[in-house]
Write a protein that binds this ligand. Structure first.
Ligand SMILES: Nc1ncnc2c1ncn2[C@@H]1O[C@H](COP(=O)(O)OP(=O)(O)OP(=O)(O)O)[C@@H](O)[C@H]1O
Ligand SMILES: [Mg+2]
Length: 184
């Protein structure tokens, strides 16, 4: 991402979200957290752009396409499926989404947190064997319930964890063979 685009994005984030970056090159780690809101029109786009900015800055640019797709799906899930826990709900206000990125030293973790303690329904396996899918008409394939399956396919691992304050985080991990190098 070029400098002008990064500057524009950071100005935009300042406008309606808080964010911080703490890349400490001496520690070999990178961290970024951004708070977005489910009711804002640009939330998914901003989440994708922040994903690219973080990964390129952390030397893991080869993950950008896959990570952007996963972040889009996880953010869309918060928008479409979450109802904040009663003690976190604020009538009339937006639902909060915290997106966290960590790279250290050969793993990239991306977490999308929401205010709903209901667990996501992580697919236990494919609905149809991969070999059979090509034979099936599109009509018999499910037209929803694909987002987390896509995340499981693209990332090394996908899981969720409850948050102490309520709500939860859906996580994915990418493994890097060496810093900045993705295994084949
Ligand atoms: N953040 C979340 N909070 C609560 N429930 C969730 C969350 N994410 C997913 N779920 C639940 O898990 C199910 C599966 O999610 P998944 O993203 O795979 O499919 P989908 O969102 O239903 O459809 P698609 O992603 O294909 O549009 C959802 O239908 C929803 O019930
Ligand atoms: Mg989904």
């Amino acid at each position: 991402m070029d400098a002008a685009k990064t500057k524009h994005l950071s100005e935009e984030l300042e406008a309606y979200a808080h964010w911080f970056v703490a890349p400490d090159p001496a520690a070999g780690g990178h961290f970024l957290a951004v708070t977005l809101f489910a009711e804002f029109d640009d939330t998914a786009r901003v989440a994708r752009e922040v994903t690219a900015m973080f990964l390129v800055g952390a030397g893991a640019g080869e993950l950008v396409d896959d990570a952007q797709l996963i972040v889009s799906e996880l953010v869309a899930n918060v928008v479409n499926h979450t109802v904040p826990d009663r003690h976190l709900a604020r009538p009339g206000s937006c639902r909060r989404i915290d997106v966290t990125f960590k790279k250290y030293p050969k793993w990239v973790f991306i977490g999308v947190s929401d205010e709903d303690s209901t667990p996501p329904l992580l697919p236990a396996g494919e609905a149809f064997p991969a070999a059979l899918v090509g034979e099936l008409s599109e009509a018999v394939l499910p037209d929803s319930g694909r987002g987390l399956l896509i995340a499981q396919r693209l990332a090394t691992s996908v899981w969720w964890s409850p948050e102490e304050r309520g709500g939860k985080t859906v996580w994915c991990r990418f493994d890097l063979d060496e810093p900045g190098v993705r295994p084949d």
